[in-house]
Ligand binder design. Sequence first.
Ligand code: FMN
Length: 161
Amino acid sequence: MGRTLIVYTSKYGCTEKAALLLKARLDGAEAVNLKSAKVPALTSYDTVILGGSIYFGKIRKEMVQYTAKHEQELSTKRIGLFICAGMRGEQAEQELKQAYPESLNKIAVTRVNLGDEIYPEKLSFMDKWVVRMVRGKGMGAAGGLSMDQLDRFARAMTGSG
Ligand SMILES: Cc1cc2nc3c(=O)[nH]c(=O)nc-3n(C[C@H](O)[C@H](O)[C@H](O)COP(=O)(O)O)c2cc1C
């Protein structure tokens, strides 16, 4: 297997945690935060995993910009897509679909919602308020990152499951 790059964006750290857990499960994979680091050129990777969290139904804008800019090159790679999101079921599927360009959703080896974590002490005042408002409406329940889904995702990417 060739080299694997995990490109992610995270507001409070849940997606970062998921990305690093994935990296640990994928031999030799590299992980880069869209916000803090310069993303290496994609030429030397044959597998690219994209991950980001969902706020108000949408993936964070750094990821929108990144995929818009690199869609063509990305569509030549083995692609894995994930989100971290509070929603489950059909709503999460809709969010996942909207999070990434159609061309990438189509070719992805695997695509999944890895789950959510909310760290109340880190939330901005506004976000805290939103979480309080939506609690009990299916979101903000913070069911946690799914280690099952993480393992399954990693196995799908390595082609051993
Ligand atoms: C203000 C706010 C809005 C959110 N909106 C959504 C949403 O529309 N849909 C969803 O599935 N999850 C939503 N979430 C849950 C986050 O996606 C989840 O907490 C995720 O794990 C955050 O990951 P991060 O720490 O990497 O940014 C929201 C969370 C907050 C705090």
